[in-house]
Ligand binder design. Structure first.
Ligand code: NAD
Length: 371
């Protein structure tokens, strides 16, 4: 068996612990079948940490996150903690993890699973077989650039301003993540900006082109304006493999792309940091959905986004592509068999709860692994 990998598991609040329970069964299955060996630490985060320790995440938990091979995160937040001040809200835990681990590249796949093709608001022919990833720069750009503020002009009128700002190294490091990712997929990257009207867009385009020429000529690169990309994502999303873009454009385009799939409970994500000299890269994996307080405690949440987040962890942090594929195939087979949690129900399918869905996936794992 391969060397032990260390995982920090942070279930969080609401449905977080419910969907994480099913994911842990998948992780335990891998250990029992000798496919991998994990040293797992589980800890509190978000509202659960506020209740027990007074803060959304402790320094000790952050230290564990820094030393783990990867972090698997559930979801945080809920009405109970909404009245706390901004700096003590459960969501601060995610911001602190991103900052402390230097997580600058957010990866959001948008995959349409054949049995769920009818869940999209777009026509089946447009989305069938869709499988793209958006790589969003997530620690720079206009959300953080200086100067920013609201000022009063001599005339008495007010003026508000933010700054879109990127350095060569900020663009290159997220570009490298996108090109490396494309090498594991169809080797196609589309870089998105507004080079026609923004200096920072022109600089983004030139920097990505130069990086491509120097290091990634085996990957196909094309450039696209962000407004056109939004239109193309709805018109013909199949044309994309990997999209790389800035913080603000990635924010908008990744929400748009996730809705092409029509099901929040199915979508995983990853946020990656800088690899060190040994190639080890800090990384956090989480479903894109929140803590879903409206269904928490009812045993009806869809565990697939969390389980698929673990599959992403295997693929991108541990280079275990084959095992990631086994988990994804097991999920696909369960959907093809007609089992559905309430969020992805359609006529003619059978409604099941969180743990029955988890058990069905374990059964399929056995079958797929034996093939
Ligand atoms: P949400 O994603 O929690 O829920 C939106 C809707 O989707 C709800 O109707 C919910 O029941 C449903 N849903 C979400 N995940 C599901 C699943 N796995 N299975 C079945 N149905 C599912 O978003 P929200 O309601 O806007 O936010 C609720 C709380 O979660 C808030 O406190 C918010 O701040 C927090 N939040 C946390 C994260 C995170 O931890 N990364 C992300 C988004 C929202």
């Amino acid at each position: 068996m391969a060397e032990k990998k260390t995982l920090l598991i942070l279930p969080g609040d609401g449905i977080g612990p419910e969907v994480m329970r099913e994911t842990r069964r998948v992780i335990e299955w891998m250990g029992k079948r000798g496919r991998a060996s994990f040293e797992i630490t589980e800890d509190l985060v978000g509202g659960a940490s506020i209740d027990a320790r007074g803060v959304p995440i402790t320094e000790e938990t952050l230290a564990k996150a820094r030393s783990a091979d990867a972090v698997l995160f559930g979801a945080v937040g809920g009405p109970k903690w909404e009245k706390l001040g901004f700096h003590n809200r459960p969501e601060i835990a995610i911001l602190r993890l991103r900052k402390e681990l230097g997580l600058f590249a957010n990866l959001r796949p948008a995959i349409v699973w054949e049995p769920l093709v009818g869940a999209s608001t777009l026509k089946p022919d447009v989305v069938r077989g869709l499988n793209l990833v958006i790589v969003r720069e997530s620690t720079g750009g206009i959300y953080f650039g200086e100067p920013r503020g609201i000022e009063t002009l001599p005339s008495g009128e007010k003026r508000a301003f933010d700054t879109e700002s990127y350095t060569t190294s900020e663009i290159e490091r997220v570009g490298r993540v996108a090109f490396d990712l494309a090498r594991k997929r169809q080797r196609r990257v589309c870089s998105v900006e507004k080079a026609n009207v923004m200096q920072s867009g022109l600089f983004w385009r030139e920097t990505i082109s130069s990086l491509h020429e120097r290091e990634f000529t085996d990957v196909e690169l094309r450039h696209m304006y962000a407004d056109n990309c939004a239109m193309q994502l709805v018109r013909n999303p199949q044309q994309f493999d990997v999209i790389v873009t800035s913080n603000i454009f990635g924010d908008l385009l990744s929400d748009l792309a996730s809705m092409l799939t029509g099901s929040l409970g199915m979508l995983p994500s990853a946020t990656l940091g800088q690899a060190d000299a040994s190639g080890r890269r800090p990384a956090l994996y989480e479903p894109i959905h929140g803590s879903a307080p409206d269904i928490a405690g009812k045993g009806v949440a869809n565990p697939l986004a969390q389980i698929l987040s673990f599959a992403m962890l295997l693929r991108y942090s541990l280079n275990m592509d084959r095992d990631a594929g086994i988990i994804e195939s097991a999920c696909l087979n369960v959907l093809a068999s007609g089992l559905r949690t309430a969020d992805i129900m359609s006529p003619g399918t059978a409604k099941v709860g969180t743990s029955v869905m988890g058990e069905a996936i374990l059964r399929e794992l056995e079958k797929v692994a034996a093939q």
